[in-house]
Design a protein around this ligand. Structure first.
Ligand code: CA
Length: 236
């Protein structure tokens, strides 16, 4: 199944955060655009509405909250999915964000996997056709709705970490990830975990996936890390 990429607009004035979000959202297959000012975002959104907006609360030009309120007031953008970014501890702002009509809010600093999960969940509600619910690679299928993995019809029992690890690799077949990148993408960057933990979980994932003479879909790249073989299932 071919899925047309959902378009996401990031409205954020902290450039490092914009770059981090852009990198990770593009890696998930989304088409990403960004603006740093609230007033510019308003102009941009009048020209063309994306499928989802990640909107910072504090912005130059026009605040995220005011922009959100204006977007909700216009019929064209009334139901545009919006995730608001707010600073930690601003409980009243959070409530205000929701009252303004944001669909969801994420408190800074946040983990990238957490934000990606919220984006996916929101898109699934608003644009189900833009998010693949089932990832397939050869005889392996990962159902994101049922959180179920099968290989050749056989159920694969996975712990939550092995599941997320497999999902992460299957979203980007062929790409090699270092242990550090896997820690960031699967566990979240604010968590301190030894890199050898990645090896332990890859080992568990392999044990669950492969039985008997099954071909191992996971490649260990010496001195680099791991990847899932994009040719898996296509090999004779
Ligand atoms: Ca800001």
């Amino acid at each position: 199944m071919t899925v047309q990429a959902a378009r996401i607009l990031i409205v954020e004035d902290e450039e490092p955060l914009t770059l981090l979000l852009r990198y990770n959202l593009e890696a998930e297959g989304y088409e990403v655009d960004s603006v740093a000012r609230g007033d510019e975002a308003e102009t941009r959104l009048k020209e063309q509405a994306p499928d989802l907006v990640v909107l910072d609360w504090m912005l130059p030009g026009l605040s995220g909250i005011e922009l959100c309120r204006r977007l909700r007031a216009r019929p064209e953008t009334k139901s545009l999915p919006i995730i608001m970014l707010t600073a930690r501890g601003e409980e009243s702002e959070r409530v205000r964000g929701l009252a303004t009509g944001a669909d969801d809010y994420v408190i800074k600093p946040f983990s990238v996997p957490e934000l990606l999960a919220r984006v996916r969940a929101l898109l699934r509600r608003s644009k189900p056709e833009r998010v693949a619910d089932v990832l397939s690679l050869g005889e392996i299928q990962l159902d994101r709705v049922r959180k179920r993995v099968t290989r050749g019809g056989r159920d694969i029992d996975l712990g939550p970490t092995e599941y997320r690890l497999l999902e992460f690799l299957m979203e980007r077949p062929g790409r090699v990830f270092t242990r550090e990148q896997l820690l960031d993408g699967v566990w979240g960057s604010e968590v301190y975990i030894d890199e050898r933990t990645v090896d332990v979980h890859v080992g568990r994932l392999r044990k669950a996936l492969n039985r008997g003479n099954d071909v191992d879909p996971i490649r260990t790249v010496r001195g680099a890390g791991y990847s899932i073989d994009e040719r898996f299932g296509k090999m004779a």
